[in-house]
Write a protein that binds this ligand. Structure first.
Ligand SMILES: [Zn+2]
Length: 246
């Protein structure tokens, strides 16, 4: 049967990653080639300076940008987005209207109770946001509510690759940048109760500047076919793609 799902499954089997897909000493955000220490003089493993001197992009921004960069125009061109915090990883120039919410600043929205109608955005983007939220499941439910039925919620958190299991501290820990928890790679299980029939994937991205640094990027959508199509595009772009939902 040649329905969309079986065609999707075949594409997964036959798509082929390009040779050396993501290793380049160039910032994918601005093309910069000079890198400096990050805040408090932080260097990456091996003493490599991680911060792009020109755009201030870090490993996490470049990982997300490289993933967006591989997506065909159909996923991005002219699409509406709600973005939490300013984020150099997001390709603003390829999107349509972007509604930017800065916590405590411009257009500050409560992510657990979004003052927006349902089905409003093609993309809802929250990179390094939900670790600051007491009820992360409520945040994901709200982001999925305001996403269109075929839209996407894109989420990253700090270094879920560094541990298997999420540690929830039950409070914003001032000694941990005000985070409520340190996520592990079990994040899709931790947030599974927020999906309520939505679907998700995780794609593994490498930093272009520090190629030993990798992180999962999470994508969710109300519609399974939308996530399947996105997964095919990311796979074709050379990224390992894993399910993050049933
Ligand atoms: Zn840059």
């Amino acid at each position: 049967m040649a329905d969309a799902r079986s065609m999707g499954a075949r594409a997964f089997e036959t798509s082929r990653a390009p040779d050396k897909p993501h290793v380049s000493p160039m910032c994918p955000i601005c093309g910069g080639r000079r890198f400096i220490a990050s805040d408090a003089g932080r260097l990456a493993k091996g003493g490599v300076p991680p911060k792009c001197e020109a755009c201030s992009g870090l490993e996490r921004h470049r990982i997300v940008r490289a993933m967006f960069d591989c997506l065909p125009d159909g996923f991005l061109r002219g699409k509406s987005a709600l973005q939490f915090s300013r984020d150099p990883g997001v390709p603003m120039e390829r999107l349509g209207d972007v509604d930017v919410s800065v916590y405590g600043g411009d257009n500050s929205l409560d992510i657990c109770r979004l003052d927006r109608p349902a089905d409003s955005y093609d993309w809802v983007i929250a990179n390094h946001v939900i670790e600051h939220v007491g009820d992360d499941s409520a945040a994901l439910r709200e982001m999925l509510r305001v996403a269109k039925p075929t839209g996407f919620v894109q989420v990253t958190v700090p270094s879920p690759s560094s541990q298997l299991w999420t540690e929830d501290w039950g409070r914003a820990d001032p000694a941990a940048y005000g985070h409520y928890r340190g996520y592990g790679s079990d994040l899709p299980f931790v947030l599974a109760n927020a999906l309520e029939g939505a679907h998700g994937l995780q794609a593994i991205g490498w930093d272009t500047v520090i190629p030993t640094r990798w992180e999962p990027v999470y994508f969710f959508s109300p519609t399974r076919d939308a996530i399947t199509a996105l997964g095919m595009a990311l796979k074709a772009g050379g990224f390992p793609v894993l399910a993050a939902s049933r």
